[in-house]
Each structure stands twice: as structure tokens, then as C-alpha cells.
Design a protein around this ligand. Structure first.
Ligand code: UT7
Length: 310
């Protein structure tokens, strides 16, 4: 990407109020808090009930706009990463435009399906469109109502996921330190290792192997595309699927876990929402600029790595 200067000017997220603990699962499944916590690092997750992927996306958008005191009328591109919309059309992004009251503006809206890597894919697409000069302000959202697509009788999958949404607003930057780099990719899963058809079906062990293999490789690759070394990265923001996967990446790369943002204990795996929720929580407490590396992996198979300032 030439002249690849992009800045994030707003962060926000939204999770439904209702919380489901591991003990709640033990009431209807043969499982336990001990099994779930030691195998995954998850203690609880938020579950939406009535609120759809669109509601979650809209709330995250509103919070992002409020947090950054942003003029909604400036937004001319909305991209939502999601795999859980009930509607084939219109897109979630299209409905967010309507709810934000900017239907009369020139805005391009669409959704991206790249499972848990979707948010990082959407960041690359949004950045490219901003750099093309055709758009000036991109609202990028990851929103998932995973509770609507899990099989509540399958103890090996339903305990993993949670609902929520996170968002950022991107603009072109003039600051030479705001260079962005992306390494997004995929490897077709024609064997049904992680499919949603119509509910989540997953070979957990295979996904685990894929994740611990691809994450260090993708981190290395995006670093090679940039002028930076691992030690130049302040924070790693990994997709939250399993704490053991993150620990394995840290060990593999000889890094302290302190370098990784983690909130899986509280939210479970929120698919494309996990990275923007982490970002929003972090930025609500830390205002100084940091160089971050985002790393996601997911169904497809897909992976996404990015270096951006936050
Ligand atoms: O965003 C990407 C989405 N997916 C992932 O990242 C998933 C990656 N994979 C994983 O995180 C792990 O593979 C899991 C957490 C899904 C499973 O952990 P595991 O250590 O690979 O367990 P396992 O599948 O080998 O199962 C071990 C045992 C089995 O019993 P047997 O066959 O040994 O008797 C399972 O039936 O644990 C059993 N089991 C459970 N027991 C209690 C599976 N789920 C549960 C459960 N509670 N919820």
C-alpha cells in the first residue's frame, strides 16, 4: 500500500447486559466451570436475547461516535464484519446507515464475511478505500450475535462464544508515523472443519492446530512487510478464542503475556467483535498513542494481521 497513512479517530463497543456464567451451562449440559475455565480461559460471556447483530452494531457505532465526539455526517463508508446477520439483505452496514440517520448522504455500505478475521479484513478494505481518495471517513464495525448460531446441545462449541460489537472510525492521516500494514489471507476449508450450516460445527482440535500455527507466521509476515521488529510493537491485540492459543503464541515468539491484550474471561469468543472490543476497552483507559499489532484467525480458514497505531 503506497502512502499508507491511516489513523483511528474513534473507538467504541457495546455488549448486551445479560451475562451467562460457566455454572449456568452446567445446569443443562454435562460440563463444569472448572473444565471450561481451564480449557479456554472463559468465565462468562454476554448473551443478547432480543438484540440482533444489527442492534449490537448500531449501539457500538453510537458509542464510538459519542466517545470521539464525531460528526456522524462525515461518515461516507460503513463496513460491518459479521457472520450472524439474520438477513441476507440488506446488509448490517446498510441498516446502521439508516439508524444513524445518514440515508441522505453519499455513503457506501456493505458487510464482510471472514469469520473471526473479519474485522482485520474490514480494516484493510476500509484503509484501501480511504487511500483511493474516494472516501474520507470509514466506520468499521465487528458485530456478532453468536448465541443465535450455536448449537445449545453441543457442549464442545456453545460454551465458547459470546455476543457483542466493537467499532472504530478511520480517516487518512498526515502523520508519517501512522503507516499501516496488512497481511490478510485464507486457506479454503472444503472439509467442514469450522462451518456454520446452519449452526456452528467445529473440529476444535483442528482449529486449535491451525491457530497456533498461523498466528506466529502471520505476525512475522506483517512485521516483514513493515520497517518494524517485534520489539517495536507496544501491544499485540489477538482474537480471543482460547487463552491457551494466546499463551502458545506468546511462548512460541518468546514474548511476555503482558504484551497481549486479553479479555476472554469476560466475553468469550465474540468472533469478529473480539478485536474492536479489546481496542475500545483499552482506549477508554489509555489515551497515549501505541503501535499495535492485531492478529485474528477463524473459520474459512482465514487469518488477519495488521499493524496500526491506536
Ligand atoms: O474463533 C475460532 C473458533 N474456534 C476455536 O478457536 C477453537 C479452537 N479449539 C479449542 O479451543 C479447543 O479445541 C476446545 C476448547 C474447543 C476443546 O478443548 P480440547 O482440549 O481440544 O478438548 P477436546 O475436544 O479434546 O475434548 C476433551 C474431552 C472430550 O471427552 P473425551 O472424549 O476425552 O471423553 C470432550 O468430549 O472433553 C470433553 N468436552 C467437554 N467436557 C466438559 C468437550 N467439551 C466439554 C465441555 N465440558 N464443555
Amino acid at each position: 500500500m503506497k502512502n499508507n497513512l491511516i489513523k483511528i479517530v474513534g473507538f467504541g463497543h457495546y455488549v448486551p447486559e445479560k451475562v451467562m456464567t460457566n455454572d449456568d451451562f452446567a445446569k443443562f449440559l454435562e460440563t463444569s466451570d472448572e473444565w471450561i475455565y481451564t480449557r479456554t480461559g472463559i468465565k462468562k460471556r454476554h448473551i443478547s436475547g432480543e438484540e440482533s447483530t444489527i442492534d449490537l452494531a448500531y449501539q457500538a457505532a453510537i458509542n464510538t461516535i459519542k466517545n470521539s465526539n464525531y460528526d456522524v455526517n462525515k461518515i461516507d463508508l460503513i463496513i460491518v464484519a459479521t457472520i450472524t446477520s439474520k438477513l441476507r439483505t440488506p446488509s448490517v452496514a446498510n441498516l446502521v446507515q439508516a439508524r444513524l440517520g445518514i440515508n441522505e448522504k453519499h455513503v457506501m455500505t456493505f458487510d464482510i464475511n471472514a469469520a473471526c478475521s473479519g474485522f482485520v479484513y474490514a480494516l484493510e478494505v476500509a484503509s484501501s478505500l480511504l487511500l483511493s481518495g474516494n472516501y474520507k471517513s470509514a466506520l468499521v464495525i465487528g458485530s456478532e450475535q453468536m448465541s443465535s448460531i450455536v448449537d445449545w446441545n453441543d457442549r464442545s462449541t456453545c460454551i465458547l462464544f459470546g455476543d457483542g460489537a466493537g467499532a472504530v472510525i478511520l480517516e487518512k492521516s498526515n502523520d508519517e508515523t501512522d503507516k499501516v500494514y496488512f497481511y490478510n489471507g485464507s486457506k479454503g476449508d472444503d472439509k467442514g472443519i469450522l462451518w456454520i450450516d446452519p449452526k456452528v460445527k467445529m473440529d476444535g482440535k483442528e482449529v486449535y492446530k491451525f491457530a497456533v500455527d498461523i498466528m506466529p507466521k502471520a505476525i512475522q509476515k506483517v512485521l516483514e512487510m513493515s520497517p518494524y521488529k517485534l520489539e517495536d510493537i507496544d501491544l499485540i491485540v489477538p482474537h480471543q478464542a482460547n487463552i491457551r492459543i494466546i499463551q502458545s503464541v506468546a511462548k512460541d515468539m518468546n514474548l511476555s503475556m503482558d504484551k497481549f491484550l486479553v479479555n476472554i474471561d469476560e466475553y468469550g469468543n465474540t468472533s469478529s467483535a473480539s478485536i474492536p472490543i479489546l481496542l475500545s476497552e483499552y482506549k477508554s483507559k489509555h489515551k497515549d498513542k501505541k503501535r499495535a499489532l492485531f492478529i485474528g484467525f477463524g473459520g474459512g480458514f482465514t487469518w488477519g494481521a495488521a499493524i496500526m497505531n491506536i
